[in-house]
Design a protein around this ligand. Structure first.
Ligand SMILES: [Zn+2]
Length: 485
C-alpha cells in the first residue's frame, strides 16, 4: 500500500521525534505528576498549549466553556487534519511510578491510572514533528491539535462537535495508550449518557420529628432500587452505574437534598437514550413515593466511538513501519513484577505487533471522542505504554506511566500519529477515499448531538477535590521544562 511507504517526509518527522524523545518523555512525566482531574487540567493544558504556541501554532483556549481546553492550529487550507486527545487523571489513584506495589505519591490524591498523561506527550510530540515537516517542505493544509478536557467524565468533545470545531476537519486521529500498537475499525466503543438526578425534600430532626420530613435520600435510594430491579430486563451489553454524590450531612438531620449521578451505556446511541428515558420515569416514581421534587441535568452524552476503515488501514501501514519498541530486561522485569503483584496474567511486555484487528470487537467502554467519529472519518489507535493485562483505574495502571516503558511507547505512538497525518496531508485522494468509505459505513445514519440544546458544561467539576490536594501534589512537580530542538 502506497500510504505506508517510508517517505522522506515521514523520515524527517521520525528524526524530529527521536531527537526530542527526552522532551516528549518530560511532557508525559510532568503531566503524570500534575495528576489533574477533568476540567481542572490547568497545568497540563498550559504546558501543552504553551509548547505548541512557541512552535508557531495559533492557540485558542477555553472553547465551548471548558477552561482547560485548547485548539492549536498551524497552516492554512485543505486538507484539515485534526489530532485530539485527553490528558486528565482520576480521583484517589496517586501511585509512585516504577514501584510495583500500591504506593501513593500523596495519600488519597488524584493521579493518572489510564495513561492520559502519555497521550498528551504523544500528541504534542507528533504535532511538533508534523509542523516542522510542513514548514520545511512547504506542505499545504492545516493541522489542528485539540486538547480535550475531562475524558473520564466523557465530557468535552461532544460540545466541540456541537459547536462546530470539527466542521472543516477532513480526517481526525486519536492516540490512546494501550499495551501494543493496534488499530481497528467499525464500532469500537459504547454510547454513554452521563446525568445527575437531584431530589428536593424537607429536613427535620430525625430523632424527635421524622414525620415532618420529606427525605431526599429516600428518593435517591428508591431510584437506585428501581433501576437495579430493571437490570434483569437489559441486554448484557447495556451498562448502568452510579455514585451518590450528595446523601445528607449527619444522621440526625433528614436530608432535604440528595443527588445521584448515573452513567448509562449501550452499544448504540438510541439504546442509551431509551435507557435514560426509563431512568427519568424511575426518578419520577421515586419522587412520588417520597413526596419530593426532582430535577435532572445531563453532563454529557456521547455516541459510540467508531473507526473508519480507510483511516485504519493507513494507520496500520504506519504501525508496520514503526514496529514495537525494543524493551530492556529491566523494563520486562518491572512488567513481570507488576503482573505478579496485581494478580494479572504474567506475560511480561509485548514484543510483536498484533495482527491487524480489522473490524474490531465493540467494547463497553466509552470515550468522548465518539461524536467526532460520526462527524468525520476517524480512528482511535493504541500505542504501548501500559503493561499488558493490567486494567485501568487501578493502582497498578499507574506504575509504568512515567517510566521508560511509557517513554518508548510514546515515541512509537508519536511516529505512527505523525506518519498517518502526513499521509493524509500529502495524498488528497486518500482523504477522498476515506470520505467515501465513511459515508458507506454510516449507512444513512444521520448524526445529531445527543447533548440537550443549549447545554453548558459543568466547568466547576472536580474543583474542590483538586484544590484540596494540589498544594501537596505541587511538592512533587518536575522542575525541568521540556525543550524541543
Ligand atoms: Zn482513556
Amino acid at each position: 500500500m502506497a500510504a505506508s511507504e517510508l517517505t522522506p517526509e515521514k523520515c524527517a518527522a521520525f528524526d524530529c521525534i527521536e531527537r526530542n524523545a527526552e522532551a516528549i518523555a518530560l511532557v508525559g512525566d510532568s503531566i503524570f505528576y500534575f495528576g489533574e482531574l477533568g476540567n481542572q487540567e490547568y497545568e497540563s493544558a498550559a504546558l501543552m498549549s504553551g509548547l505548541l504556541e512557541r512552535e508557531g501554532f495559533t492557540v485558542e483556549r477555553g472553547m465551548s466553556g471548558f477552561p482547560t481546553s485548547f485548539l492549536a492550529t498551524y497552516g492554512a487550507g485543505k486538507p484539515v487534519i485534526a489530532l485530539h486527545t485527553e490528558f486528565d487523571g482520576n480521583p484517589d489513584n496517586s501511585q509512585k511510578p516504577g514501584v510495583p506495589e500500591p504506593s501513593a505519591i500523596v495519600d488519597g490524591a488524584p493521579g493518572h491510572c489510564e495513561g492520559h498523561n502519555v497521550n498528551a506527550a504523544v500528541m504534542t510530540g507528533a504535532a511538533i514533528a508534523i509542523r516542522r515537516v510542513m514548514e520545511e517542505r512547504k506542505l499545504p493544509g492545516t493541522l489542528k491539535v485539540l486538547g480535550a478536557p475531562a475524558e473520564e467524565q466523557v465530557l468535552s468533545r461532544p460540545y466541540f462537535v456541537r459547536d462546530g470545531y470539527f466542521d472543516d476537519v477532513d480526517i481526525a486521529l486519536h492516540p490512546h495508550i494501550g499495551a501494543d500498537l493496534r488499530v481497528g475499525y467499525g464500532l469500537l466503543q459504547s454510547a454513554l449518557i452521563s446525568a445527575t438526578f437531584t431530589f428536593h425534600g424537607e429536613s427535620a430532626h430525625a430523632g424527635t420529628a421524622p414525620w415532618n420530613a420529606r427525605d431526599a435520600l429516600d428518593a435517591v435510594m428508591l431510584m437506585d432500587a428501581g433501576l437495579n430491579q430493571y437490570r434483569e430486563h437489559l441486554r448484557p451489553t447495556t451498562r448502568l452505574h452510579r455514585v451518590i454524590v450528595e446523601g445528607g450531612h449527619q444522621p440526625n438531620v433528614i436530608p432535604k437534598r440528595a443527588k445521584i449521578w448515573w452513567y448509562f451505556r449501550d452499544p448504540g446511541a438510541e439504546g442509551a437514550e431509551k435507557l435514560f428515558e426509563h431512568a427519568k420515569r424511575v426518578a419520577q416514581g421515586a419522587a412520588m413515593m417520597t413526596n419530593t421534587e426532582w430535577e435532572h441535568m445531563v453532563l454529557s452524552a456521547v455516541w459510540p466511538t467508531r473507526g473508519n476503515q480507510t483511516v485504519a488501514e493507513v494507520v496500520r501501514g504506519n504501525i508496520e513501519n514503526v514496529g514495537m519498541p525494543r524493551w530492556s530486561n529491566e523494563e520486562n522485569d518491572l512488567a513481570v513484577a507488576l503482573q505478579e503483584k496485581a494478580g494479572a496474567g504474567v506475560s511480561g511486555l509485548r514484543h510483536d505487533l498484533p495482527p491487524f484487528e480489522g473490524p474490531a470487537e465493540q467494547r463497553a467502554s466509552a470515550n468522548d471522542g465518539g461524536d467526532v467519529s460520526w462527524k468525520v472519518p476517524m480512528v482511535k489507535f493504541y500505542y504501548p505504554g501500559n503493561v499488558p493485562n493490567i486494567g485501568f483505574h487501578h493502582w497498578a495502571a499507574g506504575v509504568a506511566l512515567a517510566t521508560s516503558i511509557a517513554h518508548k511507547g510514546a515515541v512509537a505512538g508519536a511516529k505512527v500519529l505523525a506518519a498517518s497525518a502526513l499521509d493524509f496531508l500529502m495524498n488528497p485522494q486518500l482523504v477522498a477515499e476515506a470520505w467515501t468509505t465513511f459515508r458507506q459505513e454510516l449507512g444513512g445514519v444521520e448524526y445529531h448531538p445527543l447533548l440537550p440544546l443549549g447545554q453548558d458544561p459543568p466547568a466547576d467539576l472536580n474543583r474542590d477535590l483538586m484544590e484540596a490536594f494540589r498544594p501537596a501534589m505541587r511538592e512533587h512537580y518536575i522542575k525541568d521544562k521540556p525543550e524541543f530542538v
